[in-house]
Each structure stands twice: as structure tokens, then as C-alpha cells.
Design a protein around this ligand. Sequence first.
Ligand code: AP5
Ligand code: MG
Length: 210
Amino acid sequence: MNIVLLGAPGAGKGTQAAFIQNKYGLTHIATGDIFRANIKGGTPIGKLAKSYIDAGKLVPDEVTCEIVKDRLVNGEVGKGFMLDGFPRNVFQAEELDKFAKVDLCVNIDVDKALLMDRICGRRMCSCGATYHVSTLNGATTCAKCGQPLYQRADDNPETVGARLDTYEAQTAPVANYYRAQGKLFTVDGGSGTPEQVFAAIESELDKYLK
Ligand code: AP5
Ligand code: MG
């Protein structure tokens, strides 16, 4: 099973990817994580991506599509893949259809008013765990591995505003692309806990697998 996780910044793509990976063993490919690893490593891709990410804009399609294509065509995906943060515009969705088969697009729908608080309150761990300050009770280290928590460089109000505008203009139309193919499943990601959101996704994925 190959799925695309679609949703605005802060919708919960990374949070749900962890649940899905745990239950279904799909290979998680997150373009944002790939860019951040390149920025940390000081690679040419990282140097190029940084200026776009800091401005809340999309990294150019030719760079992003090539990274995903290389990963899917030349890498191992085992039971299937789960793309988080790709495709992010209709051009990327069309390109993806040329080199891989998407079975389902899970669109995590969250009211825009909630997103700024979710992102600016997010704390990350380098082990991959994600938290929100409202549930940390002042803790500054990861409950899973004990490492210090940090905030992403693009999680400040100004950049988040630009990321939300980019989402509205370029990424939201991707839902229609998959709706037209009969592959869209939209889940309410704004009114339940992460576990409740996953329960709704799980029942759809189980239905698909039957
Ligand atoms: P990327 O890393 O993909 O970031 P994003 O899309 O902005 O999404 P986030 O990772 O911020 O949010 P999320 O949906 O994963 O939410 P999370 O689960 O963490 O991309 C970053 C940048 O890279 C882009 O801006 C762009 O520049 C570039 N880029 C990446 N892909 C690209 C592409 N394809 N083309 C071009 N450029 C690209 O949750 C958020 C918070 O909410 C957490 O604190 C979490 O604990 C909390 N939370 C989650 N679920 C719930 C819930 N149900 N209830 C309450 N709180 C919740
Ligand atoms: Mg994410």
C-alpha cells in the first residue's frame, strides 16, 4: 500500500506518520526531514533549500522531485511507502504519477485557526518524537530518549504565516487532484486527540487492505 499524507503545516502529518508506520510498517519519506538533514550536513541541497524553507516557500520542483524519485526508484520501500510533505503542488503530483503508484491520499483537515498555535508550540527531539508545550508540563527533554527538545527554525510566527499562505495557494489544490482519481480520504484532524485521528485513518486503511 502506497499512501500520500496531505495537510497544512501543523495538521499532524508527522504525528500520524508515526502511528501508521508503527501499525502498517510503511516506509516514511518526509521531504521536509530530508531537507533539514541536508541543511544540518551543510550539503549543496541543504544550502539551496535553506533560503526557501526560511521564507516559507517551496523548494524548487526539479530538486524536490528528483530526491523523491531517486528514493522511490532506487531505494527499498518494503511493504509500501508513505509520503509526508510530497506532493506539495499539482505539478509534483503529476510527476509522482510518472514514477510511482499512489493507492490512497489521506488528507488531514484542520481549521486554520488552530495551526499557528500547534506549530509555534511544537517541540522536537532528534529521535523523531514530537511534542506540544501544552502537554510537556515544563519538561525540556524527550520522554522517550532523554535528549534535549528543540524548536524547528521555521516554527516562528512570521515563517509559519508564509507557510500557511503557500499551503493555501499551492498545496490545497492537490486534494482535488486525488479526488478526481477517486483516491482521496479526508479525515478531521482538528477536533480529536492524535489517537482519535489515527483511529479514523486506521479504519480507512483497513478497509482498503481488505
Ligand atoms: P515540512 O517539514 O513538510 O513541514 P510542514 O508541511 O510545514 O508540516 P509540519 O511538519 O510543520 O507539520 P505536520 O503536519 O507534520 O504536523 P506535526 O505532526 O508535527 O516542510 C518544511 C518546509 O520544507 C516547507 O515549508 C518547504 O519549504 C520545504 N518542503 C518540504 N517538502 C517540500 C516539497 N514537496 N516541495 C517543496 N518544498 C518542500 O504536528 C504539529 C503539532 O501539533 C505538534 O506539536 C503535535 O504534537 C501537535 N498535534 C498533532 N496532532 C494533534 C492533534 N490531533 N491534536 C492536538 N495536537 C496535535
Ligand atoms: Mg512534519
